[in-house]
Design a protein. Sequence first.
Length: 81
Amino acid sequence: MRKFQRTAVAAAGILAFSGLAVGAAQAAELPYVETPGDAATDCFTKETQREMDMGAGHHVTIVHCERDPRNPGSMFVFYRN
């Protein structure tokens, strides 16, 4: 039983790591902009969408946001044209 549990834990860890790697690879391909705001609360607001549209000159789709670790109060907004 313990061997099965260890195998299950190892498999879950590998699966979680591969999911993170795939997510990071997808995020690396997306263009992004650094903008003021909190990634948790300001990502999908009308103000952020308006700012992104004005910056690109056309409507863009915000995919996700991440906190800028080097600059508190700023976030990276990943988007698709």
